[in-house]
Design a protein around this ligand. Sequence first.
Ligand SMILES: Nc1nc2c(c(=O)[nH]1)N[C@H]1C(S)=C(S)[C@@H](COP(=O)(O)O)O[C@H]1N2
Ligand SMILES: [Mo]
Length: 437
Amino acid sequence: MTTKKSERGLCELYQDDPAHADWVVFGRVGHRDRRGFLKGAGLATMGTIVGASIPFSRTMPTGLIPEALAQDKKGFVIEGKEGMTVHNDRPINAETPAHLLDPDLTPIKHFFVRNNGLVPDKAAKPDAWEIAIDGEVNTPFKITLADLKKQFTNITIQSQLECAGNGRAGFNPPARGNQWTVGAVGNARWTGVRLADVLKKAGLKSSAVYTGNEGADPHLSRDPKRLSISRGVPIKKALDPDTLIVWEMNGEPLPLIHGGPVRVLAPGWPGSCSQKWLTRIRLRDKEHDGPGMTGVSYRVPAFPVAPSTKVANSDMKVIESMPVKSVITFPRSGTKVSATAPLTVRGHAWAGDRAVREMHVSVDFGATWQKADLKPAANNHAWQRWSAEIRLPQKGYYEVWARATDAQGMSQPVVIPGWNPRGYLNNSCHRISVTAA
Ligand SMILES: Nc1nc2c(c(=O)[nH]1)N[C@H]1C(S)=C(S)[C@@H](COP(=O)(O)O)O[C@H]1N2
Ligand SMILES: [Mo]
């Protein structure tokens, strides 16, 4: 049993603790069902993973790592998340291939997953789930999800959610952590209540300057005294009308893997501010100092540093609004097209708390840029659709590059932006390849 928090591969996990590996891969239900041998949902999932039914499943021992998986992790699939790129199984982390981000609303089955700890048990009675509001408030209280829904105005907004580490794979020297490429982002429709309304009921003391969120996900070490992650936001962001406590995603009850039954949504800020499996919001009289708030976590140097620089903790500042960014969702990278026909390329753009003002594409490695059509957001904090018609002058290999510019005039860099110890905020231009015949 490890007590140190670490992120490990599937094979390693199965070697150390096969029964636990099953639990991670198949979830608690799957594990209980197996009782020594593959059955039910676990069996079906395993069948999907290896690409065929398993005639001798009755004699397949618990925790046996299928040879098909031992070869490489490519076949590894999270139930209900087919088509995703899985970076890690403990904790579960998976990103969306760019072409699957094409719809305006990212379907739940293709929405990225970023867990720091283990997935808690599914709540038997979601409406009885309790959230505590305490700390620097006049009237601390606990409220069930049922009462939360009843007592406060229900709000539905679209919002993008992006992991601060999205793009980490681009940094050199590499930064430790999930090697996200472009798909640790999605845009969903969320229903909940304004955090501001809930805080008003508790009555903020003048000493309240920050929130501190807690969730029910067990720490990887399974030490009940340790939190997997506990982040928060300054009061100003907590009172933003788009900062919500949500229980619905795309019109469905918030799925367990996305924090169901209830989570925070702090739009435009690092995804880590949007606490899943929310159990408590503690108002703090200083910047919150829970796991994930201190040291180099979700922080970048307060000034530019050379790659590999060892930065003192006191020189690291908390990431707030995320930077301007975009993704090309059509065509899929590697597509073969006709050299003469016009080709429509499209995608989405977003810019943390700000709007995107302009969008450009280039097919000549950035030598010239053509303005793309850019739609307004469905509401603040939702991503914006862009599209452009391009022409590839002759046969050959091309790259399409996309570059967004936000309302303050900040553009995406073409090269990888400032190196930082944990590899956050890589908002460089997304590129795809197309071959014209
Ligand atoms: N309780 C809890 N909340 C959490 C996390 C977590 O590990 N535990 N991960 C955070 C991070 S780092 C991100 S990017 C988002 C990801 O949300 P998603 O898995 O629904 O895409 O959840 C955040 N909320
Ligand atoms: Mo994240």
